[in-house]
Design a protein around this ligand. Structure first.
Ligand code: H2B
Length: 98
């Protein structure tokens, strides 16, 4: 199982990402993605779902029309691990593609 990251490691990882924020409990990161319409939002979610299966690491998320709200945490570890930051980077890459 991936190990929980220390507070300083979390801040270092967060600094490499754009648009993600730490939750007050410091056990998760969150970001809102916004797309042109539902079809683009759902396409993004489908691509992320395939990547999440490969990583065996899955987002907590919700979708309203063109918005996708994402919270990443490692449930097994009870906090943030490198897997959350790996998935966040994958999501950023998939969201920025046309
Ligand atoms: N995703 C997330 N976000 N946290 C986990 O702890 C987790 C997961 N555990 N995906 C994985 C699946 C685990 O249940 C399987 C058995 O590897």
């Amino acid at each position: 199982m991936a190990a929980r990251l220390a507070s300083q490691e979390i801040r270092q990882e967060l600094a490499k990402l754009d648009g993600w924020e730490l939750t007050a409990s410091e056990t998760a990161i969150r970001r809102q993605f916004r797309f042109r319409d539902f079809s683009e939002a759902f396409g993004f979610m489908s691509r992320v779902a395939l990547a999440a299966e490969k990583l065996d690491h899955h987002p907590d998320w919700s979708n309203v029309y063109n918005r996708v709200e994402v919270v990443l945490t490692t449930h097994d570890a009870g906090g943030l691990t490198e897997l959350d930051f790996r998935l966040a980077a994958v999501m950023d890459g998939l969201a920025s593609r046309p």
